[in-house]
Design a protein around this ligand. Structure first.
Ligand code: FEO
Ligand code: CA
Ligand code: CA
Ligand code: CA
Length: 728
């Protein structure tokens, strides 16, 4: 039986960036030198970037004083392996929705035994809840940025735990799916959902009959916008003009816009496409370079393309990316369909009939999310983005148009103004604590037909093959960029680097400085097993800057690990964690950190922590010594101030085998929405039998012998106060 991915990382082994980008080796040589200690004071350099006390604008347009201290208002939760949500004392939670819950009247309650009709999932909550955002809903049915009592909750559904969706798991023989009904259900259980929520008492519940409730799935018609629209590389049988595609997929993290629309981001889409080795003979060298760099190969995850009796609309065959037609341009098959995935997709939650738009100006890669920078009138808009695979890159997009607050009410028409024309950059983290944004524009810096990595035809080609363009520019290979978050108080950007088992002892660098062994139950886990959180401050505090200063906010580690070189942030039993993934700033300036961990799960399930952040440059330069047997490397890096127990605490621990992901807050800061993704996800072990509930690793949330379900929970403080921290 084919099972769901254990998480979004297993297939990433195939898409690992093994490019030998030109500047990498040179940088490495610098960093491995024991004499490459840096001159000058990073702290002093960082100080030059900031003035004091100005008023800043959050992404929702509110103003904040750039001062104001926070104090955590809860006692730390202990690490636990319990199959439940363990929450800080003084707080309560309730479930908003779980996989399969109806989003419309007339849809029966979810059976949770696999017997539900496949097509009903077009009106049910999807599976694997991930990135999320709360949009206040005004009485007029429009976006009301400060409304907290009613809202539209947009939730990504990244993937499926297929074993639990069907009566007896997936029906497969000879590497082929035998039930088109099962595949249809899976195709409708991914994507995202929009659901109205309303305040009831002190908590919230889903409004089942709201006219705003909506599913966007891998079946939904979507418009392709921006420079890559109409490119010959986007031509498919579905849209011979390259202006439409069908569906969105791998909807991992998210973002939002200052005009009240939601951004859902396509991360692990590549391996849903089938492309067997025989297809290589029909492809040009350029095509093979591109397909290989994005990992489009093999019989496809979940085997959607293998359904024998395709529909006239090619609902199943469209997942086969091989050249099967006779056309020269791909207008009679789906050879180019993978080029229509890997984008940021804009959805207007307030217009349920609106057609979502893929925003190609923001580049194509394994998009984790797209996090807006500070929104300031008269300045360009910025979104920060990570490509989550081992050794992939951090990007940002800067709009050509400068922000006009009058556009806040224009919905996705404003998206056409700000998100179709702009500049894409990729990050290089230098060994001296500075960084550069490297422009990815056709015809500049060698991104043209003569490029030796890949011959770029035009800007559409640069965007469709953004990974190749970033390779050519010499971007820094990171330890799997996951979520980003922008501090609403000062515009500094934080990004999780979740972990990287492929980080080699001799391939550490200043921004990815650790190689170590974190044994789990006696089994070695080498590389950067626990991950870290990097942060940067743009030069002159301008999102459009091309230079920045960086440091490492937190190194994740077991509290018991060596404090000199592994537990560098001196984490304690109250705040140690591994594999940071979700990351999100409350309006108060409190930073939330979620984990998607497999390294420390011998001790604790995944968790949510709250952090009071400092500022870039508040720590010190440090040399880390990495050791493997009798080999050592040393690297100089920049470490933020040790947070201590007062500034970093564990707030929640999830049920067994879940990922904690997705965060949204009501504008009043009195309710926090959190997603519990795929409890019991590794149930697919050899002892698993769908008929024997005792083999399920989790039964959360229903308990007893129930199948586990991904869920959104809402957390409130029992006395109605702000979540996590008080202003002092
Ligand atoms: Fe879907 Fe990178 O997490
Ligand atoms: Ca996951
Ligand atoms: Ca993630
Ligand atoms: Ca992850």
């Amino acid at each position: 039986m084919i099972q769901t991915t254990p998480d979004c990382q297993a297939p990433l082994i195939d898409t690992e960036n093994d490019s030998n980008n030109p500047e990498f080796n040179q940088i490495l040589t610098d960093r491995l030198s024991r004499r490459s200690m840096l001159k000058g004071s990073f702290g002093a350099a960082a100080t030059l970037y900031f003035g004091g006390g100005s008023l800043l604008f959050s992404p929702t347009g509110e103003t904040h004083a750039a001062t104001g201290a926070l104090k955590l208002n809860f006692a730390a939760v202990a690490k636990t392996l319990d199959d439940k949500v363990t929450l800080a004392q003084g707080y309560s939670y309730r479930i908003i929705s779980s996989t399969g819950d109806p989003l419309a009247h007339g849809i029966p309650a979810y059976s949770n035994n696999g017997s539900d009709r496949a097509d009903s999932f077009s009106k049910r909550v999807g599976d694997h809840h991930d990135g999320m955002h709360f949009f206040g809903l005004g009485k007029n049915g429009q976006w009301s940025p400060l409304a907290s009592d009613r809202g539209l909750l947009c939730v990504n559904h990244e993937s499926v735990t297929a074993a639990f969706l069907h009566p007896n798991g997936q029906t497969i023989a000879d590497e082929k799916r035998l039930s088109d009904n099962e595949v249809m259900k899976e195709m409708l259980a991914v994507g995202m959902s929009v659901a109205e929520v309303k305040k009831v008492g002190q908590s919230y519940e889903l409004v089942k009959d709201s006219r705003f409730n909506r599913r966007v799935t891998s079946m939904t018609d979507i418009e392709i916008t921006g420079p890559a629209a109409r490119s010959p590389l986007m031509t498919t049988k579905y849209s011979v003009t390259g202006t439409r595609t069908r569906g969105t997929l791998g909807n991992c993290a998210n973002g939002h816009t200052p005009w009240g629309t939601y951004l859902t981001c396509e991360e692990n889409w590549a391996f849903y496409f089938r492309r067997l080795a025989a297809d290589d003979a029909k492809r040009s060298a350029r095509e093979i370079t591109s397909l290989k760099r994005y990992g489009v190969k093999g019989n496809s995850y979940l085997l959607w393309a293998t359904v024998q009796n395709d529909t006239p609309e090619n609902h199943f065959g469209r997942w086969d990316a091989s050249i099967s037609g006779s056309s020269s341009d791909g207008s009679d098959d789906y050879r180019n369909a993978p080029n229509t995935y890997g984008w940021v997709v804009e959805i207007d939650p307030f217009n349920p009939d609106s057609i979502p738009k893929k925003r190609t100006a923001l580049g194509r890669f394994a998009h984790e999310g797209a996090w807006p920078g500070l929104v300031i009138a008269g300045q360009p808009l910025v979104w920060y983005m990570g490509c989550d695979s081992r050794h992939e890159y951090i990007y940002k997009y800067v709009s050509n148009a400068v922000w006009d607050p009058a556009d806040a009410k224009r919905g996705s028409a404003a998206g056409d103004k700000y998100m179709n024309e702009g500049t894409l950059y990729v990050a290089r983290f230098n060994a001296d604590g500075s960084g550069d944004w490297l422009e990815l524009s056709y015809g500049r810096n060698g991104l043209d037909r003569d490029n030796t990595y890949y011959s770029f035809d035009d800007q559409a080609d640069v965007l469709i093959n953004a990974r190749l363009a970033a390779d050519a520019r010499g971007a820094t290979k990171m330890d799997r960029p996951e979520w980003g978050a922008v501090n609403p108080k000062n515009g500094e950007v934080y990004m999780t680097l979740t972990h990287n088992p492929s980080r080699a002892l001799d391939k550490v660098d200043a921004a990815n400085p650790r190689f170590y062994n974190d044994p789990k139950k006696g089994v070695a886990q080498k590389g950067n097993a626990n991950g870290h959180i990097i942060r940067w401050a743009e030069q002159d505090n301008k999102g459009s800057a091309t230079h920045f200063q960086w440091d490492v906010f937190l190194f994740a580690a077991r509290a018991t690990a060596d404090r000199d070189n592994i537990n560098v942030s001196e984490l304690s039993a109250d705040n140690d964690f591994s594999s940071p993934d979700g990351l999100w700033f409350a309006r108060s300036g409190l930073l939330w950190v979620e984990t998607d961990d497999h390294a420390y799960t011998d001790v604790s399930n995944c968790m949510l922590l709250a952090a009071i952040p400092g500022r870039v440059g508040d720590g010190a330069r440090k040399t880390i010594v990495n050791t493997d047997n009798d080999q050592q490397t040393m690297v100089s890096t920049f470490v933020g101030a040790v947070p201590g127990d007062n500034n970093l605490r564990r707030f929640l621990v999830g049920p067994v085998d879940c990922e904690i992901t997705g965060l949204a807050e009501t504008p009043d800061g009195r309710a926090l929405f959190v997603n519990i993704q795929h409890p019991g996800e590794t149930t697919s072990g050899k002892n698993f039998a769908i008929a024997d509930p005792s083999t399920y690793l989790s039964h959360w949330p229903q308990g007893g012998s129930a199948r586990p379900r991904s869920s959104t929970i809402v957390i409130t403080r029992n006395d109605g106060g702000p979540i996590g921290a008080d202003l002092i």
